[in-house]
Design a protein around this ligand. Structure first.
Ligand SMILES: Cc1ncc(COP(=O)(O)O)c(C=O)c1O
Length: 392
């Protein structure tokens, strides 16, 4: 079959099953008059348009770093954001990469060797899976958040080879379900089976823990965690990714991490914007606390109206719809009424768990959330997704 025929078949099948992906709209749309309410982005702390963050992004004397950090591209802004993140998150040091994706593949491919084993949650982000594949180590997956299954896999691997290096990998707040990993239990398992714990804090930074320090630090697990990773593209409203770890690991990564060595350094103004956002986190913790409180109210209000929710405990609230066409139709109807949310379908999530994902930010007011509950309920009833007799 030619490439063209193969591609047509591939795209036609996606179209038929309602799973074809399209590029989305632009920008962080904050709540307010005339503008749609945007629940499809990750600007959890509304930092991308914050005047101090914008000013920091323009403060650099050059746009591009124009070289790898190992050559002439290492700027003071990069080190500034590394120090700010390590300080905030309670790690000894940090290493900045061009993106969260690059940090994750760089970390795993940099520290894991082919003879090692990676034991990872079934729902870890694609960048961690790709990093695991690049490392060429064997990847074993435990059922999502299932510590019994994780323990079984650890036991089997440790018994098979007492010398083998084992890595235990999870996210702290899962991007698709908005639920929280059992980090304390995983840290205990890592110690029991002599494994290294790696935690992706992409969706926890800025939202969980004092000043948004993340869940590893909130739970006092810094010393029990080999490394955490974050992105500056979500709550910090900027771009770039970091590995938070020890000086030894940092030095190994600088010497082995191909996504650092062979990638042009992050534009310095972007790094400065990230550092400014992390600084702002420390200045006011009340917004973060209020965001989590409003998210709780939102989840309860949706459940009370008959919606089926995943066990989210965070600002990421997925509403299960259960079929791709219905999910897309409902998302389109909401968009026509000024509410943007993400329609998440296979292969990102399992068939039958197609969902609308609402990512709440500090810019969403209580009134905004009430409006969403009302409109979602009306449209879902009109489409027969929830019982027409359910109370508005
Ligand atoms: C859990 C998780 N890790 C890593 C990333 C990658 O971050 P970035 O967008 O900065 O490459 C994302 C972003 O989608 C994510 O959700």
């Amino acid at each position: 079959m030619s490439f063209e025929q193969r591609s047509r078949t591939f795209l036609d099948e996606l179209h038929r099953s309602g799973s074809r992906r399209l590029l989305g709209g632009c920008g962080s749309v904050h709540s307010g008059e005339q503008q749609p309410l945007n629940f499809a982005g990750n600007d959890y702390r509304a930092m991308s348009g914050n005047p101090a963050v914008l000013a920091a992004s323009r403060s650099s004397r050059m746009v591009g770093a124009c070289a790898s950090r190992l050559l002439a591209g290492n700027c003071q802004e990069h080190e500034q954001v590394e120090n700010a993140a390590a300080d905030l998150m309670g790690f000894e040091t940090g290493l900045l990469y061009g993106a969260g994706y690059l940090a994750n593949i760089g970390l795993l491919a940099g520290v894991v060797e082919r003879s090692d084993v990676i034991i990872a949650d079934k729902q870890i982000h694609a960048s961690l899976v790709d990093g695991a594949m690049l490392s060429r180590a064997r990847l074993r997956r435990f059922h999502h958040n299932d510590t019994t299954h994780a323990a079984q896999l650890l036991e089997r691997e440790r018994r098979a080879n007492p010398e083998r290096t084992i890595w235990l990998v999870t996210e702290s707040v899962f991007s698709m379900d908005g639920d929280l990993a059992p980090l304390e239990a995983l840290a205990t398992l890592a110690e029991r089976y002599v494994a290294h714990l790696i935690v992706d804090e992409a969706h926890a930074l800025g939202v969980f823990g004092r000043y948004g320090c993340g869940r590893v630090s909130e739970l006092g697990l810094g010393r029990r965690t080999f490394a955490a990773t974050v992105t500056l593209s979500k709550s910090a409203g900027a771009y770039g990714g970091l590995v938070l770890t020890s000086p030894l690991v940092r030095e190994v990564l600088i010497n082995r991490s191909r996504s650092l060595i062979f990638n042009t350094a992050l534009p310095p103004g972007v790094a400065a914007a990230g550092a400014a956002a992390l600084d702002l986190f420390r200045q006011d913790d009340s917004e973060r606390v209020a965001l989590l409180r409003r998210a709780k109210w939102f989840r309860q209000a949706l459940r009370a109206r008959g919606f089926s929710l995943v066990q989210s405990e965070s600002h990421i609230v997925p509403v299960i719809i259960g079929s791709s066409p219905a999910t897309v139709e409902l998302a389109n109807r909401l968009a026509l009424r000024g509410i943007l949310c993400a329609a998440i379908r296979p292969p990102t999530v399992a068939r039958g768990t197609e969902r609308l994902r609402f990512s709440l930010t500090v810019a969403h007011s209580e009134a905004d959330l009430e409006q969403v509950v009302l409109v979602l309920h009306e449209e879902a009833r009109a489409l027969g997704i929830i019982d027409a007799s359910s109370k508005p």
